[in-house]
Design a protein around this ligand. Structure first.
Ligand code: IMP
Ligand code: MG
Length: 198
């Protein structure tokens, strides 16, 4: 029964929710290998310090860090910008700072998704004040249609349409982060209405 596991996994969602695969796990992995090579080509001789944004950026960071050759270190920061639903409040708050200084380091910010850009704008401002040698941004996903803040990423895994996605680190109310692929979340209409009213 080769298809059974896959079918069960696809159907086992919370009531009223479904996830349709947008980018498969193997495609994500291939793209990350290419991004890792590109980053190393841009900085052939430098130790690289990856700074990931908890929690969504964690899987991207761990896969990217293992694919970049040479010296790599990493650290984490946490911000909160989203509530329990699929709508951004537009406000960004620092909830956990980095462990170590980034002064003089070649820093790559590793984010799951670039949406309005408010989070990245906040982080770039914060990090620039700390005087890194270089500051670059890698995002797995980019939703260019949603941009509000004037920021851009130096390394982009995939540009995607304006849909709410989950998986590979991205959540809906803390769920679905563990999916090995990125999928579009649909809510049935009653739940979607409730989410809009929040
Ligand atoms: P921004 O500040 O609007 O660019 O949003 C960045 C953060 O919002 C991301 O790091 C995610 O945590 C969250 N986010 C934005 N779009 C999505 C999505 O489609 N699914 C899940 N989380 C998202
Ligand atoms: Mg995030």
């Amino acid at each position: 029964m080769p298809n059974r596991g896959r079918k069960q996994r696809k159907n086992k969602k919370a009531p009223g929710e479904s996830v349709k695969i947008l980018i498969s796990g193997p495609r994500i992995q291939r793209r990350i290998q290419a991004l890792a090579r590109q980053i190393r080509r841009d900085f052939p001789d430098e130790p690289l310090h990856l700074v990931s944004v908890l929690k969504g950026g964690v899987f991207f960071l761990t896969d990217l860090a293992r694919s970049i050759s040479g010296e790599v270190s990493f650290d984490f920061i946490a911000v909160s910008s989203y509530g329990q639903d699929t709508h951004s409040s537009g406000q960004v708050r620092l909830t956990r700072d980095l462990d170590s200084s980034i002064e003089g380091k070649t820093v790559i910010v590793v984010e799951d998704i670039l949406d309005t850009g408010m989070t990245l704008q906040y982080l770039l401002k914060l990090f620039e004040q700390r005087k890194p040698k270089h500051l670059r941004v890698a995002v797995l996903l980019d939703k260019p249609d949603r941009r509000v803040a004037p920021v851009r990423a130096d390394y982009v895994g995939f540009s995607i349409p304006n849909e709410f996605v989950v998986g590979y680190g991205l959540d809906y109310s803390e769920r679905y982060r563990n999916l090995p692929y990125v999928g579009v979340l649909s809510l049935d209409s009653a739940l979607a209405k409730k989410a809009r009213e929040k």
